[in-house]
Design a protein around this ligand. Structure first.
Ligand code: B4P
Length: 187
């Protein structure tokens, strides 16, 4: 099993890089943002609640996201390993993830701390233009990342290998840096 967590600001390239990893390492890509957007599209109760937070660039309440993740991580396609893209985003989520993984007897092999300047992030997201990619919401998402998600890195500091990657250059160039580090761990 090979299990990875991506931690990084909105639009820094977590989803983009996860797609490369999924292909090369044959592990499941679990993107909580994608799962929430699918719920919105399907008009589920979870989707209706999530939308009101996502539209403002706020985090969806922990209990909802944790239940969703707990169910997802036990699916068959995670047997070879998984990559968490966008989870955990709060200390509460990180603590609950520890409990979920202990029960399943799984561990995290590496955390990828992916970063870029606010200027680069804003430019990329405005370019993408998803429903929550307007300047006001993006700035709030960056603020929420700094206050609620960045502390999660401290939580893992002495427990898991943290790989720090600057997300500048083309997606392929960024991935080459990530792959080099992951291969050292996986060998
Ligand atoms: P997410 O869906 O996780 O979205 P994100 O952080 O905005 O994007 P990501 O970092 O994956 O960027 P991407 O690769 O797509 O979250 C959205 C919302 O869902 C949150 O605000 C929150 O409300 C909610 N949510 C999700 N998880 C949650 C949780 N655990 N708890 C509570 N709430 C949760 O890249 C962005 C753009 O940049 C793309 O257009 C891409 O093509 C481009 N790009 C990437 N790398 C590039 C590069 N190297 N060069 C040029 N462009 C690049």
């Amino acid at each position: 099993m090979f299990n990875i967590i991506f931690i990084g600001a909105p639009g820094v390239g977590k989803g983009t890089q996860s797609a490369f990893i999924e292909k090369d390492y044959s592990i499941a890509h679990i993107a909580t943002g994608d799962m929430l957007r699918k719920n919105i599209e399907d008009g589920t109760e979870l989707g209706k609640t999530a939308k009101s937070y996502m539209d403002k660039g706020e985090l969806v309440p922990d209990s909802l996201v944790i239940d969703m993740l707990n169910e997802r991580i036990q699916k068959d396609d995670c047997k070879n390993g998984f990559m968490l893209d966008g989870f955990p985003r709060t200390m509460e989520q990180a603590k609950e993830l520890d409990k979920i993984l202990a029960k399943l007897n799984h561990k995290i092999d590496a955390i990828i701390d992916i970063y870029a300047s606010d200027e680069i992030i804003i430019k990329r997201l405005l370019n993408r233009g998803r429903a929550d990619d307007n300047e006001e919401t993006i700035k709030n998402r960056i603020k929420v990342f700094e206050s609620q998600s960045k502390p999660v890195l401290d939580f893992y500091k002495d427990k898991v290998k943290i790989i720090k990657i600057e997300s500048v250059g083309t997606p392929e160039e960024v991935y080459a840096k990530i792959k080099k580090e992951l291969d050292l761990i996986k060998k």
